[in-house]
Design a protein around this ligand. Sequence first.
Ligand code: GLC
Length: 401
Amino acid sequence: MIRERKTEGDMRYMRKIKSIFVLVLLCIVLPACGGSATETSKPEGAVTEESQGEESEFQEDENLTIADITPMELVADMKVGWSLGNTLDAHGKIGLMSEICWGNPRTTREMIDAVVDQGFNVIRIPVTWVGHVSAPPEYEINEEWMARVKEVVDYAYDRDVYVIINLHHEEWLYPSYENEEKIIQRVTALWKQIAEEFKDYDEHLIFEGLNEPRKIGTNVEWNGGDKEGQEVVNHVLAEFVKVVRESGGNNKLRHLMIPGYGASSSERAIKAIELPEDDKLIVSVHAYIPYDFALNTAGRAQWNNDTKDIDELMELLETKFICKEIPVIIGEFGAMNKENDEDRIAWVKYYISAAKKIGVPCVWWDNNAFTTDGENFGLLDRRTCTFPNEELVEIIISAAQ
Ligand code: GLC
């Protein structure tokens, strides 16, 4: 169930009330103490450790270097995004070499600059941590790996665009009741360390709890999931929110992205999303639709003005979330290259405009593949830092303005 969300005004009001409460307490207590600075015994009704804690927490809040804005405000500032796909999310137990083990070159500042200069203002950096952690129960993240992730995040963060990091191909994460406790332990161990590392970053850095949590290899992998899977995903993500909030620094106010089962765009998965009570959450949905055109390698190359799936999804997102002031990001979308740029251009124009109408920014999945046998979602040629399908990229940017 979606809980009622506190507005920005409500939060400020609560803080004001809290500080007035502390002041009133002080007024009662000081005369009772005789105003003496040397008085050490605590008279009845004195400021308790608890209320002192509240006071210092309030002051600490004022030292934060993150804007206290609503997630609707944050998302409204996003135009269109680009993913550094098949790179830091690639995996193999080979240390820092994992970044290039799926055939992509090592990420450079020039690559990210090229994307930002083109007009993308959201950079999603999927990261797989498995293979870079110590044994359970600590799951201590390898220092060099953390430093490399930070370096790549900084390429984008330094450009004042929005940056999204996540737990991506964590394929050990099989959401069943039996595994729930173990999954929570592992996910929170990872997020605790990541949150600590990035706690000084401002609102431009967003944490996406999980990528596409699902029962891999089953018949409910891609259909929106079963009740068990959906529930466990909701529980794990509630713990993610909790551990990030507890980690302090700017993480108290950081915006967090929450996918449903498989980050699926199916009605079943979207309707099953239960957001924890928190006023800085953004729903994450992945939607390569219509599937036959956008993602199915054996599917069709023609778009045929087939708007049905897109229209239905936008309507669902609007009624389930946007109307309740819960923002959504389409964290992955794209249509693979089938030598069909004319169709892709017409499709992307329609897709982005439809999403824009309800205030949803879309993030293109770019895996730097252009003419392989598999998924060709390349936009940026990372070796030359240019965009070979120029018109397509221009339309992506202009449709989002
Ligand atoms: C998912 C996968 C990614 C894949 C993409 C498109 O995000 O994590 O590896 O390429 O979807 O299928």
